[in-house]
Design a binder for this molecule. Structure first.
Ligand SMILES: Nc1ncnc2c1ncn2[C@@H]1O[C@H](COP(=O)(O)OP(=O)(O)OP(=O)(O)O)[C@@H](O)[C@H]1O
Length: 282
């Protein structure tokens, strides 16, 4: 199982609570002066950004400016790269997820992630894919609780109507777009407080992309969302606020401008933002 598979819960007791509890309260995520290195090479310089509770924040910018690296600092995945290091703080409702008192598994469970390429367990049934995070830890939930959780999460993922009559079919038999929605449902089964999405539609056709975008609006009622996207129209369609990253001439990436998405697309304050959102570079 690779690091992109699932956030693992720590104990059966934790999972018992998660499977039966109401959705966690919406949380605000705040990065403060986050800098990142790979070896000696600094790739992000003192990035600060507030990602408000229940809102969708889009991270945009040209290739290599550090969007994915920044995203991976938000749930402590950056540190999985052996040569990676980091400075700064990431606060989840005021608590620094890098504080020594916060367990890494807790941080990754609170802050889930959906990747560019859908990664369901192909031979596992649709239902078991959704429950995978619970199963990995030996969680005991009643049949009814499991069924309720599966239905709720597949509805959140916008997949329920398409699969409700074949929940025991293998996840690998779904289309790419359906697989990505299954991965979203699987992430939501752990009841994260924030969901990070790294170009979740880049491997999908336009129809599947639109379905996922609709799904995101429903998801934002239960979880704070941060999405990396190269698609300006997508950022404009789905996000409440946008941050524009740039790394010019081998300097580390910074946020050039951020704010309300509509304002940023219609009336960017920085000429570099204007050039980027109007497709003049990147
Ligand atoms: N594992 C790694 N080891 C070394 N350098 C890395 C690693 N991952 C990323 N980088 C470097 O960090 C910088 C930022 O990369 P990152 O993937 O965060 O950019 P990005 O804006 O997400 O790019 P893209 O839009 O192409 O995905 C790049 O210069 C990249 O080469």
């Amino acid at each position: 199982m690779n690091d992109e598979t699932l956030v693992i819960a720590e104990s059966a007791a934790d999972l018992e609570r998660q499977a039966t509890a109401a959705p966690a309260a919406l949380a605000t995520l705040e990065a403060r002066d986050v800098s990142c290195w790979f070896g000696d090479r600094k790739v992000l310089d003192r990035v600060s950004l507030t990602m408000p509770a229940g809102k969708i924040t889009a991270l945009i910018g040209p290739s290599g400016c550090g969007k994915s690296t920044f995203l991976r600092t938000l749930n402590r995945m950056h540190e999985l790269v052996p040569i990676a290091s980091l400075a700064g703080e990431v606060l989840l409702d005021g608590q620094d997820i890098y504080d020594a008192s916060v367990r890494i598994t807790q941080a990754r469970r609170d802050i889930g992630m959906v990747f560019q390429k859908p990664n369901p367990f192909p031979a596992m049934s649709i239902e078991d894919n959704v429950l995978a995070g619970l199963k990995l830890t030996g969680k005991k939930a009643t049949k009814d609780e499991k069924e309720e959780l599966v239905e709720h999460c597949l509805k959140l993922g916008g997949l329920w109507n398409e699969v409700k009559d074949r929940l025991d079919a293998p996840g690998g038999g779904l289309s790419g777009g359906q697989q990505q929605r299954l991965c979203i449902a699987r992430s939501m089964a752990i009841k994260p407080r924030v969901l990070l999405m790294d170009e979740p539609c880049s491997a999908l056709d336009p129809t599947s992309t639109r379905v996922i975008e609709e799904t995101m609006k429903t998801l934002a009622e239960e979880v704070t969302i941060v999405i990396v996207t190269h698609n300006m129209q997508q950022a404009a369609r789905v996000s409440d606020q946008t941050a524009f990253f740039l790394a010019s001439h081998n300097t580390p990436g910074v946020i050039v401008e951020y704010g309300d998405t509509q304002a940023m697309f219609e009336n960017p304050q920085d000429p570099r933002t204007a050039d980027y959102v109007h497709g003049r570079f990147g």
